[in-house]
Design a protein around this ligand. Structure first.
Ligand code: SF4
Length: 379
């Protein structure tokens, strides 16, 4: 089986010890009573995919490291039934304050070879204010545990644009992450999502986030600093040491096929989008009846796929390869997007280097606006 035919697998664990104040992901606190039944359902859904070969696996959430030891053992048994490519990238996400050596060892025995740790900031006052359950010290302990069990391919997630966060604090967070020698750093700017405690705070005028200008400076500093100390930016928010880019996320950005299992998970297979229920209780019931948590699906039209290919591809710093576009859609990219590309070439938001079409640094700052121009008119 060629690498192209191998798939990516996303597995969702919807449990968190406590909901962070900015989070609108399909994750829940206070539903620990469902954990065992949920994991059993998840293991059943995974069985459906035992004929595929997986080149990347990502157990995300939620907080996968919050699963009980017993649940991790069940998951380990389920993975034994799946075909995992020899050199597969297998990531688990975790949050400090939920790690134990025993749990990490079992993830490792499952095949996990990469860990992504949600840190967000190194300053305890910021961590407390955004509703994280952990301190810097607990993060360092978790980091040590990961190393101790031999999980050396480590990503940390950091956030900028947090309320009360100064430029110096942001610089300190980046420096400390680099000092630890992590292989990958994801830097996300805070987005205040509706329905979150942060949104309510913002509406009352009590969310003291840095100005847009400071946020832009933070982002520009991030790119320069991380580049200087050996982390290549390969996507709008992601930086990696040479060869350590996250292969699973590249599947999304290259709009390749992926399978999602668990509540809130999505799949994209042969042009079909499949959505699982985001409700864990409903998920358990649906898997009992149908063997899957699917609640909706639709066939992408060619226009849908072209648009998604552009939206996802432009997130990559290398942009979209024109030959890849032509091979996939049997059309020249300029025959579809000639006007839009020329418009943004002229205002220097897009660059065509002969092989690839990509956003310029200014284009990245205005990426939402530029990308919205790539929407196609549909019949
Ligand atoms: S730990 Fe992650 S998934 Fe859970 S509430 Fe916080 S941000 Fe959301």
């Amino acid at each position: 089986m060629s690498i192209k035919e191998q798939k990516a697998l996303y597995v969702h664990i919807p449990f968190c010890k406590k909901k962070c104040d900015y989070c609108d992901f399909p994750s829940y606190s206070g539903k620990e009573g469902l954990m065992l039944e949920y994991t059993k359902a998840l293991c059943n859904e995974l069985k459906k995919y035992k004929d595929f070969v997986f080149k990347t696996i990502f157990i995300g959430g939620g907080t996968p490291t919050y699963l009980s030891y017993e649940c991790i053992l069940l998951l380990k048994e389920a993975f034994k039934e799946l075909k995992i490519a020899e050199n597969a990238e297998f990531t688990v996400e975790g949050n400090p304050g939920t790690f134990t050596i025993e749990k990490l060892k079992e993830f490792k025995n499952m095949g996990v070879n990469r860990i992504s740790i949600g840190l967000q900031a190194f300053q305890n006052e910021l961590l407390k204010d955004i509703g994280r359950i952990h301190s810097e010290e607990e993060f360092l302990e978790s980091f040590k545990m990961a190393k101790e069990v031999g999980l050396n391919n480590i990503n940390v997630d950091l956030m900028f644009g947090l309320p009360g966060q100064s430029m110096d604090q942001w610089k300190e967070s980046l420096e400390k992450a680099v000092e630890l020698g992590v292989t990958h750093i994801s830097c996300y700017s805070l987005i205040v999502e509706e329905g979150t405690p942060f949104h309510r705070r913002a509406q009352k005028g009590l969310l003291d986030t840095p100005s847009e200008e400071i946020e832009r400076e933070m982002y520009e500093y991030t790119k320069k600093f991380l580049e200087k100390v050996g982390y290549n930016q390969y996507e709008i928010s992601n930086f990696a040491k040479e060869g350590m880019e996250c292969r699973h996320n590249l599947v999304y950005w290259n709009l390749e096929d992926y399978i999602g299992c668990g509540s809130g998970a999505h799949s994209f297979i042969d042009g079909e989008r499949i959505e699982n229920t985001s409700n864990p209780e409903e998920y358990i019931e649906l898997v009992k009846i149908n063997g899957t948590g699917k609640v909706d699906s639709f066939e992408n039209s060619e226009e849908d796929t072209i648009e998604e290919f552009m939206f996802m591809g432009l997130r990559k710093v290398e942009g979209i390869n024109k030959v890849n576009f032509e091979n996939r859609f049997k059309k020249d990219i300029y025959s579809i997007y000639g006007d839009v590309i020329k418009k943004h070439l002229k205002n220097k938001l897009i660059e065509d280097d002969g092989e690839n079409i990509k956003l310029t640094p200014q284009g990245i700052q205005l990426s939402n606006m530029v990308m919205s121009d790539f929407m196609l008119e549909k019949a």
